[in-house]
Design a protein around this ligand. Sequence first.
Ligand SMILES: N[C@@H](CCC(=O)N[C@@H](CS)C(=O)NCC(=O)O)C(=O)O
Length: 267
Amino acid sequence: MQLYHHPYSLDSQKVRLALEEKNIDYTSFHVNPITGKNFDSSFFRMNPSAKLPVFQNGSHILYDTIEIIQYIERIALVSSGRDDPTLSSREVVEWMHKIQQWNPKFFTLFHLPVKYRLSVSKFLRRVLIARMAETPELASAYHRKLREAYETEDKMQDMEVLRRSEEHLERILDEAESKLGETTYLVGDEFSLADITFIPILSRLVLLNLEEKYINTRPNMAEYWNMVQQRPSYKKVIGRYFRSWRRQRTLLKTWCYVQIRRLLRRY
Ligand SMILES: N[C@@H](CCC(=O)N[C@@H](CS)C(=O)NCC(=O)O)C(=O)O
């Protein structure tokens, strides 16, 4: 089994948490979306949406985060050899969908320093144009991505987009806060796929320095956040890259790559 993913990608984090929690071995391929590696023709041919993560098991390829996580759950159940295999409850699946409906893209972009955002988006557009010239048979798919990039820039001018995204996030957080007042985890007293889907969102808020506003104002969530950070899966998938000083190192590496490529005009 192969997973194409990146530590920066929120949906990739969800899938990797599932793989770690379920103890499933896989071959890992890092595809950095900020340096435009997701536009390399080898990856783009398999996945013209260029989105991460992608999970491959033989000829079976999955692109949808929830489908991948549920597939991992089924693999874990089959390999456990238990007589009474039970899949996640309906409530867990409902929570996963509820969380997945919030798109972190605009929220994240709005909270990045404008200078970095504009520089990276310009770099990515150049990468797309370079790949288009190298691989004309994929030109129309590259063109679609380029259009998507321009549309994203347009949306970034519209503060209503940010407001809606914030409101949507607040609704999910409020509901989670009230659930966490009754139970240890999002659904009941056992860690579930719902938590796996939720943890990367909290981690993204911390990365954007928004912990005070969104987490610490909700006491049950603040306690939950402290608890889930102790899990080995969290440490391996997220903490390793983003805890304290590590996050500067992780972000600086990518930033330097982009700047050097830009200076050399190597896309
Ligand atoms: N099909 C995925 C979408 C995943 C997604 O949006 N991935 C983001 C990172 S978390 C991505 O790869 N963005 C890069 C791009 O759109 O070019 C799902 O909803 O499960």
